[in-house]
Design a protein around this ligand. Sequence first.
Ligand code: CP
Ligand code: NVA
Length: 310
Amino acid sequence: MGKRPKHYLQVADLSREELLALLDRALELKKMQKSKVEYMPARGKVLGMLFEKASTRTRISFEAAMYQLGGSVSFMARRDLQLERGEPLKDTARVLSRYLDCLVVRTFGQHIVEELARWSDIPVINGLTDSHHPCQILSDVMTVMEVKGKDLSGLKVAWIGDGNNMAQSWIQAASRIGFPLYLACPAGYRPDENILERAREEATFPIEVVEDPMEAVRDADVINTDVWASMGQEDEAMERKKVFAPYQVNRELLRHAKRDCIVLHCLPAHREEEITEEVLEGEHSVVWDQAENKMHIHKAVLEWALGIRD
Ligand code: CP
Ligand code: NVA
């Protein structure tokens, strides 16, 4: 049997050193791109992208990253594959492994990426599941580092809203990388207790879940939010709008944070729901750099997964 491929299915799959190395490398790759350095170590490699949910940023930034590194991309919507007609994941994984060098997957259950990884001879990267969004979190942390410096240990990071896939990836990042994280979530919408407990076991800083958004943002350096109804929860959207109304990131809430706080949102944003237009487009918002950084971090992730760093 050959060497096992390097999968990245959740933040906790990587060590602190590996995560910091990816972040450092993405900052370097961004500089290289801005200086127009030609760097194409992925020549001859093919990235597969198997998506079961919509995507603007993750899809296009992975595609651009792979093309800029000199490789090619094959995009697959699930409905076009035999998977849709009942072909098992384990067969799909073994066949795709014969054609491709790496596979990015966006899907529903975490068990789907785990099953694909189990049967793949190529690296499988989670491009979002219902439980985790581990690549997104890297671009978010990278954006914080650009503004606040690389040492995050002295920062207070707040998460406002749903205890969803993004919140859970932030929890694992806080634990692995090492920074304090305060989440404000309504009762019934807290993150998974197992993920929380496991993260706390190894955390060197507090990871707290409270109900009051003001408590979470008090003196915060970084404020994050996300949609109230994630993909797959469309039926709950009306109910969620009511429950989450007190969790809007707006000017009033920001008054409780540090004056130089930054606001992140992985996008897409629903203006006047989880965030106001004023804050999204305001001086604290770093969301456009955050979106750009997805491409740079994806290059670092591809280099790592493919083992192609020059
Ligand atoms: N942030 C993010 O993952 O965006 P997309 O859904 O557009 O990929
Ligand atoms: N929590 C959101 C993130 C979108 C990038 C969702 O899963 O739809």
